[in-house]
Each structure stands twice: as structure tokens, then as C-alpha cells.
Design a binder for this molecule. Structure first.
Ligand code: SAM
Length: 220
């Protein structure tokens, strides 16, 4: 009975998140809204913080890292303009919440996380949710995917000074990347499009992410 009440409360909070945090701030992509309305965000954060799952802010997930604010996850996903043919490279698996959303909207996700504990937890949650179109890699995402492969979309979910060169190399011509770029404490969420004439950029909004740490980014 108690468990049922908890479930009802979380479902209520999830519906409120869609309305009050996403639709009210102009997230309009029906695919993004539908997936986030169904995905149990509480599974991606430590059980003792379950009541914070739908808070309008980042929430700690252990190892000094956070699951991003729901609005930021929705905005970054919407900016990627995904379809079922897209292959996506994600840097910063974290809890796996963003990964799961990408997996529901695209064909294949390759995701890299530098902290083994987080990657293994995320792998377990996605397996429980029977999400199978994700390849996980534990390592430095600033170096790109370990195979010689190009992606339709790239998403970086940690703050970088600039788009690491090896990642940009792995973006297909005509592809989009979304990333928080510019500073170690605050960044601009940038949309980059790789065109035959070079890179087209759009600044989406200001944001604040944990640092991207790696060979082609910040030192540990
Ligand atoms: N999108 C995630 C989610 O839904 O939970 C949140 C990601 S969290 C804001 C950023 C993540 O990037 C952290 O888990 C951090 O360990 C990871 N990270 C930082 N530098 C990295 C790197 N060079 N390669 C891979 N992951 C990195």
C-alpha cells in the first residue's frame, strides 16, 4: 500500500514536471515530451533521494556528479532534432537518464563515461528498462569513440572550454552537436552544425554543468 502511494506520488510529480517545467518553458517536441512523460526518472538517482527525482534542478548521483535538470535534458534533446535513423554519440553517461531518452528517439547511442561506478549503474538501469540500442564505454570521452565511426548527432553533457577536436572529427557532415561550451563554471549551451562551408553555431542559452575532464579538455 505504501509502495503504491509512493508510485502514485512519483507519477503525479512526473506529470507536473512535463506541464510546469517543460511545456510552460516552450519545450514542444512531442517525441521528447512523450518519452519524458513515461520514463521513471526516480530509477536514475540514489533511492534515498527518490523524492527529488522531479525537482526543477540537478540532483546528486554520487561520485561528485549530477543528473541534469529535467528542462536542460529536454532542451538539449529537442535541439538535436532526432529521428529513428540517427546514430548518437553521448559524452557523459552520468546516471543514464539522458541516454535512455536518446535511445527511445534514435537508432543507436554510443555513450562514454569516465567514472566506472556511474557507467555500471547506468548500464544496470537501462538493462532493467529493456533498452537495448546503447553501447557503453568507460573512458575519456574528449578523445571520441574508440572505433573509427561517424555520428549523425553528438551531445556533450559536461562543460567544455571548446568542442574537443576528436569529437568534431566524428560528427558527420550535415550533423548537429549540442554542448555546454565556454567556461569552467558557467557556459553557453551551443548548437553546432557541420556544413560543407564550415561550422554554423547557435547560442541556445546560458547554463552550468560539471566539468568535462580529459586529454582534450580540463585537467583533473
Ligand atoms: N546526462 C547525465 C544524466 O542524465 O545523468 C548527466 C551527466 S553529468 C552532468 C556529466 C557527466 O560527464 C559526469 O558523469 C562526468 O563524470 C562525465 N564526464 C566528465 N568528463 C568526462 C569525459 N572526459 N568523458 C566521459 N565522461 C565525462
Amino acid at each position: 500500500m505504501r509502495r503504491e502511494n509512493e508510485k502514485d506520488k512519483l507519477a503525479f510529480a512526473r506529470a507536473a514536471m512535463i506541464q510546469e517545467q517543460l511545456k510552460s518553458r516552450n519545450i514542444s517536441d512531442s517525441g521528447v515530451l512523450e518519452v519524458m512523460a513515461r520514463l521513471p526518472r526516480e530509477k536514475f538517482i540514489p533511492s534515498e533521494s527518490a523524492e527529488q527525482a522531479y525537482f526543477d534542478c540537478p540532483v546528486p548521483i554520487g561520485c561528485g556528479q549530477t543528473i541534469s535538470q529535467p528542462y536542460m535534458v529536454a532542451l538539449m534533446t529537442e535541439e538535436l532534432r532526432l529521428d529513428k535513423n540517427c546514430t548518437v554519440l553521448e559524452i557523459g553517461t552520468g546516471s543514464g537518464y539522458q541516454t535512455a531518452i536518446l535511445a527511445k528517439l534514435a537508432k543507436e547511442i554510443c555513450t562514454i563515461e569516465r567514472i566506472e561506478t556511474l557507467s555500471l549503474k547506468a548500464q544496470k538501469v537501462l538493462a532493467e528498462l529493456e533498452i537495448e540500442n546503447v553501447k557503453f564505454y568507460i573512458g575519456d570521452g574528449s578523445c571520441g569513440w574508440y572505433e573509427d565511426k561517424k555520428f549523425d548527432r553528438i551531445i556533450i553533457t559536461a562543460g567544455a572550454a571548446d568542442m574537443p577536436g576528436p569529437l568534431f572529427e566524428q560528427l558527420k557532415l550535415g550533423g548537429f552537436a549540442v554542448a555546454p561550451l565556454g567556461g569552467d563554471f558557467v557556459q553557453q549551451l551551443m548548437l553546432l552544425e557541420k556544413t560543407p562551408k564550415g561550422v554554423k553555431t547557435k547560442s541556445v542559452c546560458g547554463c552550468r554543468f560539471v566539468k568535462l575532464i580529459g586529454k582534450f579538455e580540463y585537467e583533473e
